[in-house]
Design a protein around this ligand. Structure first.
Ligand code: SF4
Length: 301
């Protein structure tokens, strides 16, 4: 079956919108209406007049879209497409940490499950984490779950005491200095752009640290012609497609988030055909998880 064609037909029939994260495989990127990072896509879901949204990304992203648009039907084509880093922390663990650090503000990266979000004070993205932490009145901050993003924030906001949770991204934690140095040797004029989820050694050797949206903007506005990309290869594919006049090299071969790649064209087709799998969250979770997202919007102004 020509799934891409069938998806476009079904999408029209059902008046749906297909949102695709930058780390999805190229075949999924090509059938998407909007490509972007997790927060950006959730906002687009909210702003769209479509009532039916297919979210191609990992589960916390589809949940975030549901939290921002509880009245819409949000479909997540493969339930098992989950973020291992988001699964490293839970609402229960946050409650325990709260007892240990009663005066701290709890800041959670958007890469957390909806239930975890219900227990924190504010959400952040890699793009606004520094501003959020800086603008909080508390001096002590518990930052979770990503220790690498937390360390990046701590360096920029030395006036705060940042307590790091020991979580990490199973893709960006395993980037290697040897591989980066070899890639740099082959492409000495390339600028190194790395995600702040990368481990400390890689971050220290990078020219700039950006989330996926930041990388795209940087490339767009830069006069440089060559870039070494230290993030999931879905983004590198997108950059090659959108900026054919520039050259992009992966920091190391096969930087792949297996969870992101669980969604195939057939899954998107079945998702639209059978309206599966609907993101369902209780009213209590929807309300409690929205509060720290709203706080993020307030504090990142
Ligand atoms: S790339 Fe890392 S943070 Fe993103 S979904 Fe995969 S495991 Fe989670």
């Amino acid at each position: 079956m020509d799934y891409a064609r069938e998806i476009l037909k079904l999408k029209k029939e059902k008046d749906a919108l297909i949102l695709v994260h930058n780390y999805q495989s190229e075949e999924i990127q090509l059938i998407g209406d909007i490509l972007g990072d997790s927060l950006d896509l959730s906002r687009k879901a909210k702003d769209s007049d479509k009532e039916l949204i297919v979210f191609c990304g990992v589960s916390f992203m589809a949940e975030s879209a549901k939290i921002l648009s509880p009245e819409k039907t949000i479909l997540h084509p493969v339930r098992e497409a989950r973020c291992p880093m988001a699964d490293m922390i839970s609402a229960e663990k946050v409650k325990i940490l709260r007892e240990e650090f009663p005066d701290a503000a709890f800041v959670a990266y958007i890469n957390t499950n909806a239930e975890t979000k219900t227990e924190v004070d504010v959400i952040c993205t890699s793009a606004n984490a520094v501003n959020i932490v800086r603008n909080l009145p508390q001096k002590q901050i518990v930052f979770l779950p990503d220790k690498n993003l937390g360390r990046f924030v701590a360096k920029q906001v030395p006036e705060k005491e940042i307590i790091l949770f020991d979580g990490f991204c199973s893709v960006h934690e395993f980037l290697y200095v040897k591989e980066l140095n070899e890639t740099k040797e082959h492409h000495p004029n390339a600028i190194v752009l790395t995600h702040p989820e990368a481990n400390e050694n890689i971050s220290n050797l990078s020219d700039h640290l950006f989330g996926t949206g930041g990388m795209i903007n940087f490339v767009k506005n830069s006069d440089h012609k060559e870039f070494i990309i230290g993030t999931e290869e879905g983004l590198t594919d997108r950059l090659r497609r959108e900026f054919p006049e520039k050259k992009f090299f992966a920091l190391q071969p096969r930087i792949i988030c297996e969870n992101m790649k669980k969604i195939k064209l057939e899954d998107v087709y079945l998702s639209l055909l059978n309206l599966q799998y609907k993101v369902e969250l209780s009213t209590e979770i929807l309300e409690k998880a929205k509060a720290p997202l709203d706080r993020m919007l307030e504090l990142s102004k």
